[in-house]
Write a protein that binds this ligand. Structure first.
Ligand SMILES: *[C@@H]1O[C@H](CO)[C@@H](O)[C@H](O)[C@H]1NC(C)=O
Ligand SMILES: *[C@@H]1O[C@H](CO)[C@@H](O)[C@H](O)[C@H]1NC(C)=O
Ligand SMILES: *[C@@H]1O[C@H](CO)[C@@H](O)[C@H](O)[C@H]1NC(C)=O
Length: 276
């Protein structure tokens, strides 16, 4: 109803109710924006806030999409012709919003928008240029005990956002599945986060029934004994560990985006509680 309609002018009570409704919608949006901002500090950029506000229910939809991984079972029962059809030519723009925490302290965040993935070349998203390094105020591990502790202390969130279809998905295992030292070139600590996605039965003998999203983080020691992030990247492997191409990967990602998310309600309440 138009605020200037004669009905409202003559009916203050209706007008008040309408104002209250507008107010509660706005404060709900602010609340969910704040919850998203505190859960994923990387989303605090004008571009991402704009994309999130275009989601069907704004920041609340973004939160629900991103707080659990797509449900691998209901993906297959989803009627893909009624939800978003999988069309690899349409979407080739994806935003990665990544946050790294060390013992709950935020130590790194980065947003990268990727427009082209190449049809045949392996799918890969690199967050940092080769010459970029980002310092974290964390001592470089000097012994095996410190190495072991790293695996418990570093958590990573990688949210992939499709700004055209207005969906998002969580790709990270949260804690690393591998932490290892590498010696060339120079000493590095390498962490790998992973998540296995059931993309549905393909053709007989298909190698992509299950695929693995892998996130690699490389740390190097600087002169002052603290760790620097020198590389953060995402790739996708088929069941035999082969790197998947850009085209194959986009088709899988679209399935994941369209997939139903499991038990979002409880996570929403938890998100609110953690924020408030
Ligand atoms: C998001 O959180 C950061 C740090 O807590 C704060 O500085 C920033 O103002 C917040 N942004 C919004 C839009 O609330
Ligand atoms: C993303 O999914 C992982 C694995 O299911 C989960 O542990 C993590 O909490 C999720 N991320 C967020 C921010 O909820
Ligand atoms: C999927 O949607 C199409 C078109 O709306 C419909 O014809 C078909 O019966 C649906 N399939 C299932 C399994 O619901």
């Amino acid at each position: 109803m138009d605020m200037d309609s004669p009905w409202l002018r003559f009916c203050p009570r209706l007008r008040l109710l309408r104002l209250l409704r507008l107010y509660s919608l706005a404060s709900d949006e602010t609340l969910w924006t704040n919850i998203c901002n505190s859960t994923w500090p990387s989303t605090d950029t004008p571009r991402i806030r704009h994309v999130i506000s275009s989601f069907p229910k704004g920041p609340r939809s973004f939160f629900s999409d991103s707080v659990t991984n797509p449900d691998t079972i209901s993906t297959t029962t989803t009627n893909s012709s009624t939800s978003s059809p999988v069309n690899p030519d349409r979407t080739s723009r994806l935003i990665s919003a990544v946050d790294i925490y060390h013992q709950k302290r935020h130590v790194f965040s980065k947003v990268v928008e990727t427009e082209s993935f190449g049809n045949r070349s392996p799918f890969r998203v690199e967050l940092l240029d080769p010459e970029d390094t980002v310092p974290a105020r964390i001592p470089h591990p000097v012994d095996e005990r410190m190495m072991l502790e790293l695996g418990d202390r570093f958590t990573l969130s990688w949210i992939l956002i499709d700004p055209i279809r207005r969906r998002a998905m969580n790709l990270s295992s949260y804690k690393p599945v591998i932490v290892e030292r590498r010696w060339l070139p120079g000493e590095q600590v390498h962490m790998r986060y992973g998540w296995v996605f059931y993309s549905g039965p393909g053709k007989e003998g298909s190698a992509t029934e299950y695929v693995k999203f892998g996130i690699s983080v490389t740390w190097e020691e600087c002169q002052c004994g603290v760790m620097h992030v020198t590389g953060v990247s995402l790739d996708l492997e088929d069941m035999y560990g082969n790197q998947m191409s850009g085209k194959e990967s986009l088709a899988i990602i679209q399935k994941g985006m369209a997939g139903i998310r499991g038990s979002v309600k409880g996570r929403e309440e938890e998100g609110r509680r953690r924020y408030e």
